[in-house]
Ligand binder design. Structure first.
Ligand code: NPW
Ligand code: K
Length: 484
């Protein structure tokens, strides 16, 4: 099952729908507070605990948590920023029979703090006592946030004002929000646990966690009677003689991820060096853009960009390939080549083509878009709309967006992947999956997930050359999960 990521507005709508269907907010609040208290008891030994409660329903959750911890014998005190203002919070505060006082916490005044000041209803920057807390408790150690660390905007993962609280553990409800998946928010949230509070699935989501639930059912496993040409033909365009390794990394990636026939298309001057490094991957020369177009006629997917060289020749090569039916994965130099005329690139692209920029390349072809967007999901979606193609924006929170509005965020990003050539392998994985018939958005999602898993499997010391060879162990896990 795909796991949706819900915006704050979608979550509020789900709350309202539940109320209309007969489950009032206080019931959801009781489930939320009880679930959060359980997570806290699983993670921490019983200890003197302070629950910081705000005036809204986030504070209401806090009173429920305090009650459940106290029932289990925890020494708990509530520190209230303001009296409960919402009806549900008033109900929860009324059922709390323990000690309540003003917000006076200092570092070390308790052994554990539970942050229930603000969640989805944050409407202005932290000030007064809440801001004091964020200033004097800059670290996350032994702070548990409920829904989000207070001061953080659920839809962006950034503080609304200057600062927010930070947490070691964040317990949220029903579904992750963007703040729980985007890198900036993840740093403030610490570990994120999603507790079920019995809300119904709502409508058709457009934003998902990128994990196998999103695409595994449509993974292109070979048919029992498969032959190599039926498993997809992928090609990668090589640079000149001193710039050939990147295309070979892409080619090897495509082969490992299952493409049946993989070819490096090479300028004449680079044939010898390519030939001396290729075995199962085939090699074919091209002399001109027309030649390239002809050679690529049989391809299902082509990677162009890794070490292709920045300039007019690469632009012409992209146009030549775009005249073919093959899906294009446009990466690295092929993106930068269009820095002065991104519209020319976009007009050549189809909906099944994929752009794979890192943030620097993204800025070159979508100038100012990242800075003007509240977060990376919005930026990638707008980029996909403008380009009329799938856009994969790299990062520890890689975002994949399709021109139809679907988007997915990766949660398994591994720091080991920040190494030269890793992106070339990713481009090859994407093209290798598209060549096997996977739809481009899902192919980009699957490739990014497998790439990150492979990085995590290897860990320290990873170099890009390792990545294709790590794909089989990840594929095996997917294969075995399918058989179950
Ligand atoms: N949706 C669901 O299904 C479920 C949701 N649940 C929980 O509800 C939470 C959302 O609750 P919520 O909407 O009441 O918002 P919340 O964050 O408590 O704050 C609103 C209050 O704070 C005030 N205020 C805002 N900013 C301020 C500031 N800087 N400084 C001072 N005051 C400020 C604001 O004032 P106002 O803007 O109205 O003037 C208002 O009084 C959600 O995060 C989750 O924990 C669960 O119970 C389970 C089911
Ligand atoms: K909070």
């Amino acid at each position: 099952m795909p796991r949706q990521i819900m915006t704050v507005a979608e979550m509020t709508a789900a709350d309202r729908a539940a109320a209309e269907a007969g489950t009032p907010t206080i019931v959801l609040m009781e489930r939320a507070g009880r679930a959060a208290a359980e997570v806290i008891r699983e993670r921490y030994a019983r200890c003197p605990t302070v629950v910081w409660c705000g005036p809204g329903d986030n504070g209401g959750d806090g009173y429920v948590i305090a009650r459940h911890l106290r029932r289990r014998g925890w020494p708990v005190r509530v520190e209230a920023l303001a009296p409960p203002a919402s009806p549900a919070a008033q109900w929860a505060a009324g059922r709390w029979k323990g000690e309540t006082g003003p917000l006076v916490s200092e570092p070390g005044s308790a052994a554990l703090y539970v942050d229930c000041l603000f969640g989805a209803g944050l409407s202005r920057p932290l000030d007064g006592e809440a801001d004091r807390l964020a200033r004097i408790m800059p670290g996350a150690a032994r702070i548990v946030a409920v829904d989000v660390p207070s001061g953080l905007v659920g839809d962006t993962g950034r503080p609304l004002g200057e600062r927010s609280l930070k947490a070691q553990l964040t317990v949220t409800f029903h579904r992750r929000k963007p703040a729980h998946v985007l890198a900036a928010g993840r740093a403030a949230c610490g570990e994120v646990v999603v507790a079920d509070i019995g809300l119904e699935e709502m409508g058709q989501g457009r934003l998902f966690e990128n994990d196998p639930g999103l695409w595994a059912e449509r993974f292109p496993w070979p048919a029992a009677d498969a032959h190599k040409h039926a498993r997809g033909r992928m090609m990668a365009v090589s640079g000149e003689a001193w710039n050939t390794g990147a295309a070979r990394l892409a080619a090897r990636g495509a082969l490992r991820i299952g493409a049946g026939v993989v070819t490096v298309l090479s300028p004449p001057g680079a044939l010898a060096v390519n030939a001396s490094h290729l075995e199962a991957v085939m090699l074919a020369p091209f002399e001109s853009e027309f030649d390239l177009q002809t050679r690529a006629e049989k391809a299902d997917a082509v990677v162009i960009g890794p070490a292709a060289g920045v300039g007019e020749a690469t632009m012409r090569h992209v146009f030549a390939l775009a005249r073919n039916g093959a899906a294009l994965v446009v990466d690295a130099d092929a993106l930068t080549s269009f820095a002065d005329d991104p519209a020319a690139l976009f007009s050549a692209l189809d909906r099944d083509d994929v752009l794979t920029p890192h943030p620097g390349e993204f800025e070159r072809i979508f100038p100012g878009l990242l800075a003007a967007s509240p977060e990376r999901i919005t930026a990638a979606r707008e980029a996909a709309r403008r380009a009329g193609a799938v856009v994969l924006l790299k990062g520890s929170d890689t975002v994949v967006a399709a021109p139809d509005g679907r988007a997915a965020v990766g949660l398994n990003g591994a720091p080991w992947l920040a190494t030269a050539g890793a992106g070339d392998v990713l481009a090859g994985f994407i093209a290798g999956l598209i060549a096997q018939g996977m739809e481009s958005f899902e192919a980009a999602c699957a490739a990014a997930w497998i790439h990150a898993e492979a990085g995590a499997v290897h860990g320290p010391g990873l170099i890009a050359e390792d990545l294709p060879g790590l794909a089989p162990s990840v594929l095996r896990k997917l294969w075995e999960a399918r058989e179950r």
